[in-house]
Write a protein that binds this ligand. Sequence first.
Ligand code: NZQ
Ligand code: ZN
Length: 381
Amino acid sequence: MRNFIYKNPTQLVFGKGEIARLSSLIPTEKKVLITFGGGSVKKNGVYEEVISALKDHHYIEFWGIEPNPTVETLRKAIEIGKENEVDFLLAVGGGSVLDGTKLIASALATPETEAWDIVLKGKAAKTLPYASVMTLPATGSEMNNGAVISRSETKEKYSFYSAYPQFSILDPQTTFSLPKNQLANGLADVYVHVIEQYLTTTGQSRIMDRWAEGILLTVLEIAPQIMQNSQDYDLMADFMLSATLALNDMIRMGVIEDWATHMIGHELTALHGISHGASLAIVLPGIMKILKEQKHNKLLQYAERVFGLKEGSENDRIDQAIQQTENFFHSIGLATTLSEAGIPETAISIIKERFNKAGVKYGEKANVTGDLAEQILTIQK
Ligand code: NZQ
Ligand code: ZN
């Protein structure tokens, strides 16, 4: 196991009716900027719950943070935040609203730095205190310090690090209104977050492996039931907590990580607008196939412990595990090839060029270059 430092300061507030706790979690002297997406929270009652909890607070609202939040939209919120001298932010919605809020909070704390420059730097020097009411289990953004921001002018999408949320409120009842495609995107995102931290090499940490496999098995168990019925509180509670635990630093202690699937997926989203989870369902099987030898031992462990595959040759078991992974994505309604998803093959050469030009080397062995990304996408075209 590698050396590591673990500190996650986010207070997690979980359960039915917990949104009401906002009234005491945010000090009344704060000037709060509440951020929202396109309006889902008005339809499912979350907006009323938030506003009634904050009736004695001083707050203003910013609406319109879009899926895959753009710096162009966020700059407007930053201006409003400056004009109103806000000193606390509350994101209410999915990962996009929260990620966007991480950038707003960072830009307000460092007014000398332009918002996009914070993203390009990869780390904010300072961030105003902020918190969230998370309504979509997927990103883990509610309990991590990462954020992914898009720039529509140039079709770019990059991540940066801010401070952690002070607290996040997760009431599984807020997820009852999620449409099927967002359930599928969320399930895929959670699954792939675990894979990015797990599917590297064996023998690093028994405890991290078991933890990761526990989340994978939970997602595989609940996914078909959730796709049938997303109104079951306990199912949605397990979904929400799986999402948080998959990306809150818990399962990455002392192990190497991959993240190449995400980096290629972000390019597909930036170029073609495909939603985040859906992009991962295309890239992950390609990574597993092209890096089969490099990941041989861990794929074998994955095959046995996650899919119970113990018979046949090692290569057969690995091939079956990759097929089962694709079957899982199909079973929740996601495409695993570019053509099925309506993405033109031209994306492959553009991504290859972008990666080669930037000289990137992703993955646990730092060998996923533009040329390898081309192979990964070509096998899934
Ligand atoms: O905008 P509204 O009207 O609120 O609707 C949203 C949006 O249209 C809707 N929605 C959210 N909660 C709902 C709901 N609809 C009905 N009922 C609810 N309870 O869902 C749509 C998608 O929302 P979005 O926030 O975009 O989805 P998600 O949470 O999957 O976030 C995706 C973004 O997060 C980034 C992705 O790259 C993408 O930009 N990621 C962030 C990460 C992080 N911060 O750690 C890690 C991830 O790997 C990911 O990259
Ligand atoms: Zn993700």
